[in-house]
Design a protein around this ligand. Structure first.
Ligand SMILES: [Zn+2]
Length: 236
């Protein structure tokens, strides 16, 4: 059931003041897409969704598959049907992002980006599990475990969004990683591609599904300047 849209539950902005309660089940999320990224209830780690399976990279470095009943405050998914594929080799993160944005004219476009292959170097971080009363995103992610690997086989999955949508989501690239052996995962901080295959999927439609039954969401006073600064600090 391929559709040409991104389905996003929640906003990146709602994480900024600390609205970390899960408001959609993984089971429901997976009815809207088989591929994507997110975080779990309580900002508990980094979520990577590949081929219809959702995984959690935990702050202790373990990776596990998520049960259908677990909940997420924020996630983006789509059904994988890439329009473009290409072979990549010997590219660092900055060169990769510049090349992909230019080659596929992504600047004003929503796109999913997937890279499968061998990576010379991978560096991830994993948001630590929060308990109530929740701290802000910047405070919650001020100290977070980082993980590194060299010569790792695995998959980068994530999105490019136009900067106009910073706050609703992350403007620019937002990428997660999962190794093929499920020993390394998380939010990508740095990487270097050895040999890999790139898939790019453009979307004309960006669907935002809001947690309108969540009392904290309904009463929060969101501030755009705070959200923008927090995303730049916590999500890049
Ligand atoms: Zn992330």
């Amino acid at each position: 059931m391929a559709t040409s849209k991104i389905f996003q539950h929640g906003t990146l902005g709602l994480l900024v003041p600390g609205l970390y309660d899960g408001t959609i089940t993984a089971g429901e999320l997976l009815t809207h897409g088989d591929t994507g990224i997110g975080t779990l209830d309580g900002l508990n780690g980094e979520v990577i969704i590949l081929d219809g399976h959702a995984y959690q990279a935990r702050e202790d470095g373990q990776v596990r598959e998520i049960d259908a009943t677990e909940t997420l405050p924020f996630a983006s998914v789509h059904f994988e049907a890439p329009q473009h594929t290409a072979k990549l080799q010997q590219l660092n993160q900055a060169a990769f992002q510049q090349q992909v944005q230019a080659d596929y004219q992504l600047t004003n476009v929503f796109a999913a980006v997937r890279v499968d292959g061998l990576f010379k170097h991978i560096k991830t971080r994993v948001a630590p599990h929060q308990v109530k009363p929740y701290q802000s995103l910047v405070a919650a992610t001020a100290k977070q475990p980082e993980f590194e690997g060299t010569n790792v086989q695995g998959t980068i999955i994530g999105y490019f969004a136009p900067h106009l949508f910073q706050g609703a989501t992350v403007g620019g690239f937002h990428l997660h990683f999962l190794s093929a052996d499920h020993q390394l995962g998380g939010h990508l901080l740095d990487f270097e591609i050895d040999q890999a295959q790139l898939k790019v999927q453009n979307f004309a439609d960006f669907q935002v599904h809001l947690p309108i039954d969540n009392a904290d969401y309904l009463t929060e006073k969101f501030d755009n300047a705070t959200i923008d600064a927090a995303i730049n600090q916590a999500e890049r």
